[in-house]
Ligand binder design. Structure first.
Ligand code: MG
Ligand code: MG
Length: 281
């Protein structure tokens, strides 16, 4: 019905089913990792839990070695674990979690060459009301973006839905703009970018077979950020906390299908009055 936007990988239904399989592996890895979050556990221990889930499912991690040049370097973890003022791309290691920490866990897995990518923010024990509000705003911003996707619509519809929801909140959260959502499929990061600010009707068309990662990053202060000397960890410049939520999704002829949500997004999409459109196995 609509011509495919240039440079965008269009997935066949059987390929989307592979991405669903990858998405369910990621969902399980995030659920088990998040459930293990407690005072005294190290981020390396959390990373090992995700690694076990991915290996146990016969999948491979998307993140490990990401960005390597001729096999050298690259991201050293299976997850990115970003704590408090860390926005994204935190490296799992010796850091030990303590009561009240805000922990964003991002994970990707590959099944038969097809990727899934998802992130969530959880807390060690009981969060402050301000941190809980930040995470909930980020989660809802993600869902506003996901629910705004329609066939024949534009990527900008997603961006605008994320931005207008956040700008409409009483609290003035910062929207990180340097890092964005993305196309996903046979690689974790593909065109098109999915910014978290934008205007409806702009950007590439949303067509059947397009898969996107929608991933707002919000801060409790200013959105300005920097990369630490480890070349990965992104931190807020003002030291205020940040939250990160992400799902991988596609739009079928019948509606939206959230590939990294256990229920495919059915419950949240219903709350938004958006059509749920899973493909049958
Ligand atoms: Mg991710
Ligand atoms: Mg992503």
């Amino acid at each position: 019905m609509f011509r495919s936007p240039r440079g965008v990988e269009i997935k066949k239904p059987e390929q989307l089913l592979q991405m669903r399989a990858a998405g369910l592996v990621v969902a399980k890895a995030l659920a088990e990792t998040s459930a293990a979050v407690r005072p005294g556990i190290s981020t390396a221990e959390l990373d090992a839990i995700a690694a076990d889930v991915i290996a146990g499912a016969g999948a491979t991690p998307s993140f490990l070695g990401y960005g390597a040049v001729r096999g050298v370097g690259g991201f050293p973890g299976v997850t990115c674990i970003s704590i408090n003022d860390e926005v994204v791309h935190g490296i799992p290691g010796d850091r030990v979690l303590k009561e009240g920490d805000l922990v964003s866990i991002d994970c990707g897995a590959v099944v038969n060459g097809w990727h899934g990518d998802s992130a969530q923010t959880v807390f060690v024990g009981t969060p402050s009301a301000e941190d809980a509000g930040l995470s909930e705003a980020t989660r809802m911003a993600m869902w506003h973006g996901v629910a705004a996707a329609t066939l024949g619509g534009h990527v900008g519809d997603i961006s605008a839905a994320v931005e207008s929801y956040v700008r409409g909140l009483e609290q003035g959260y910062g929207i990180v703009e340097e890092y964005v959502g993305h196309g996903i499929g046979s690689a974790m990061h593909q065109p098109p970018d999915v910014p978290n600010v934008g205007k409806p009707g702009r950007g590439p068309r949303i067509v059947e077979g397009l898969a996107l990662a929608v991933e707002p990053m919000l801060t409790r202060g200013a959105p300005g950020n920097s990369v630490l000397a480890d070349d990965w960890t992104v931190v807020t410049d003002d030291g205020r906390p940040a939250a990160h939520w992400e799902h991988t999704m596609t739009v079928t002829r019948t509606g939206i299908w959230v590939l990294t949500a256990d229920d495919g997004g059915e419950e949240m999409l219903a709350a938004f009055g958006a059509p749920f459109g899973p493909l049958a196995d």
